[in-house]
Design a protein. Structure first.
Ligand SMILES: [Fe+2]
Length: 280
């Protein structure tokens, strides 16, 4: 069966059909997948019953694997794989223990580092019978749809990104005072020119920012609130419904993503991050 890239009926995303990731990936296949990645930003490959080692090998065909920042969630055998599971990610042991749902607001991974990861890959080891979708927003289209006045306003601005940023949603993982004090910080352009395609996208991380560089908090919050409202619209969204053995890869330079917390059955995804380059 030959490889087919089938775009979703959505503003972004495509399924790769006709691929068995247990087989070696030849250069033509890697090139086809890379091109689909640039064109569609989110790729899903269904029914991939592969080992963790094979998942790492496959990821390595598309970039350099990055060590996981939060060691607490890393797989016990390697810090190149993180375990996404509300049950395993519970960091409050004892009688108050409860599942921890991570990443449930729209974000891009690791923007608070000077060189953010370019891509994230997930492999579904166990999925709930319903719920637990992952949502994606096409940030190229968000930029393209801005008025000329707004494009002129945002082009050239820089954003301050911080893990414990002032715009942080306080319902997520509890951070220690030390972690907040030592929170990684980076400055990135608000409009990111994609290094492989040259397309512009709004690059921000609603939950991990302190604001616009050089602007007052009031003016900065007003603009970021406006951009969030413009971005968080169904017309920019693809919603992935997970099945066991799904592999999904997305471009953190092109999309925002969010998990959902509407399930209580066990769920486990393996996550790999690929190193990026400094934004321009
Ligand atoms: Fe994430």
């Amino acid at each position: 069966m030959s490889l087919e890239v089938r775009a979703f009926d959505a503003p972004l995303g495509a399924e790769i059909i006709g691929l068995d990731l247990n087989d070696p990936l030849g250069p033509e296949t890697v090139e086809t997948i890379n091109q689909a990645f640039f064109d569609h930003h989110v790729l899903a490959i269904r029914d991939q019953d592969i080992s963790m080692d094979r998942f790492m090998d496959v990821a390595g065909c598309f970039g350099t694997l990055q060590s996981q920042h939060v060691k607490h969630y890393a797989h016990p055998n390697t810090d190149k794989v993180s375990m996404i599971s509300p049950q395993l990610n519970d960091d409050r042991s004892g009688p108050n223990a409860k599942p921890l749902y991570r990443g449930i607001t729209f974000h891009t991974d690791h923007s608070y580092f000077p060189v953010p990861c370019k891509a994230t890959l997930l492999h579904a080891k166990q999925t709930p019978s319903k719920g637990g979708d992952t949502r994606f927003l096409n940030m190229h289209t968000v930029y393209d749809d801005l008025t000329e006045e707004m494009k002129n306003k945002v082009d050239g601005l820089n954003c301050l990104h911080r893990l414990a940023g002032s715009r942080r949603n306080k319902t997520g993982r509890v951070m220690s005072d030390e972690e907040i004090q030592n929170s990684p910080t980076a400055v990135h352009p608000l409009v990111w020119v994609h290094e492989d395609t040259g397309r512009k996208a709004i690059y921000f991380n609603p939950n991990r920012m302190d604001g616009i560089e050089g602007w007052s908090d009031e003016d900065s919050d007003a603009l970021l609130d406006e951009l969030e409202a413009l971005s968080f619209q169904a017309r920019y969204e693809y919603r992935h419904k997970w099945k066991p053995h799904d592999v999904v890869i997305w471009d953190n330079r092109s999309v925002l993503h969010a998990a959902t917390d509407d399930y209580d059955e066990p769920r486990l995804l393996h996550r790999i991050l690929l190193e990026g380059t400094k934004p321009s």
